[in-house]
Design a protein around this ligand. Sequence first.
Ligand code: M6R
Length: 610
Amino acid sequence: MCGIIGYIGGKQAYPILIEGLHKLEYKGYDSAGIAVQGPDSLKIIKTKGKVSHLEEKAGEGFPVGFAGFGHLRWATHGAPSEINAHPQKACSDDFALVHNGIIENYLSLRRWLESEGHRFVSETDTEVIAHLIEHYYRGDLLESVQEAIKKVTGSFALIAGYRDEKDRLVCARKDLPLMIGLGGEENFISSDLAALLPHTRKIHILEDGETALVTASAVKIYNTDCTVLQRKAQEITWDVTSAEKGGYEHFMRKEIMEQPQALRETMRGRLLEGGRKINLAELDFAPEEIEKISKIFIVACGTAYHAGLVGKYLLEKILRIPVEVDVASEFRYRDPLLCADTLVIVISQSGETADTLAALRLARERGQQVLAITNVVGSSVAREADKVFFTWAGPEIAVASTKAYLTQLFSLYLLTFYLAQERGAMEQIELQKAGEALYNLPDQVEEILNREKEIPGIASYLSRWESAFFIGRNLDFAVALEGALKLKEISYIHAEAYAAGELKHGALALIVEGIPVVALAIQETVLEKSLSNIKEIKARGGYVFCFAREGMEALASEVDSIFYLPSTLDDIFLPMLAVIPLQFLAYYTAVARGCPVDNPRNLTKSVTVE
Ligand code: M6R
């Protein structure tokens, strides 16, 4: 996610802002910028690339001033570039702001502002807010910010400044973190505690909808009605390292916990009216293009491939279109039978995976239309695909993919139901139910996250073995594959995922007394069959950890431990919940074995070699 830092006080702002940006670098970003309130102008410096480039650009004679703000951008609207970097300005150079988040209605606002005479220079959604502030300015920056944010829908954490009000900064938040650090005769603003803790431990955490007027000596916080609030600052006791990880010991656990928010970003502007309508106009499909799709290929690697396997099941079940899923490195060399009216979907968190990119290029050379599902704006995959669906998970730092996987799944569900909506492949009422289920999913994910403490006991048993099995049928098998990959990559336990019905064709020979078997028995249609497979394992001494749904209590007496998923959702959505305890299982097992969770041996986050 992007990072924000602001300063106002008696010292030169520039070195403090640069130091703050360095503190935010761990989050991942593609461009950087600062604005300093000089004696008679707002001086802005920005660049594509690293903070060190920004420092080189500023040179020795850095901009002088006692207030300012800086930003690290993780591109959403518009590729990484100097012009799209923040701060963004309005028509005059006098208003500027930095912003984290996504403005959903930026296109309509931009059209309206253009009709009012505003001129836009960037591709960003952020620039719209700068122009709105300028538009509503009547001599008071705070009031114009409060007016501007009433007009936007979406998420934001922002700091705004105006040349003629150098003694103040105005900030606001909705759905994204923003906090103010109190430092006596100076104050600090940031989206991230890690950037504030070197200066102060007295922090005001803004709530949704609040705005704040920050001067060197005072902070005034206002609610949505613009009434001043009386609130005491909190005393924060975390150290900087745990602040970077949101108080968690590892990025992986932080990213697991971020999943509800990541899903809310994925659905933003796409699931409308509480889920009753799916809007993927961003993909710019003509109705006849959608109508004539007769075959789909999904191509990806690793975890993204596992997301594709869930996608196959879903697309075939809902659309009744044949879907093939390929590991990208195989797709390329097997001379795939691509034909007219085939849609190729590539999935890649990083958008830079060499095998996936090579597969994408092959498909395009063969004249196929390629739709990319990716998390990184400006990545090679995003640039080269015909259509792009961004997952909006925010930067994922741990090598083991968690929130990226879940948002890939969610994207595939959105895409499937959108295509069903456009092809008339589902009854309206069923479609609405599906949309509502997706809309409510982040809450259900939160409920599963709250049950984290059910997992370390299982992990402790697992951590003492060098080998484990994961079994499941249909969608459960796709999730089992992901669970096993997570476990092996971070705990170094040899974990094999098997289609439950296949065990008896060979691997059953490996079931010995006590060996851990993670059995997913969630899909109701194959419950009887899954139960038979579990019995086969138990009869040979296997130790079975079962993941089932409420209402399947009969399973409890057949297994050694059981975790129930809620029965409120249709089976088809459950992979998005079932994967969460498996992520925790891998995490706690790796921790129990003392493994370097975030950076497992021999692996990198983005595999750019074939
Ligand atoms: O960036 P990508 O999604 O293209 O990466 C694909 C795989 O390398 C990646 O999912 C890998 O399997 C993860 N480390 C798994 O956690």
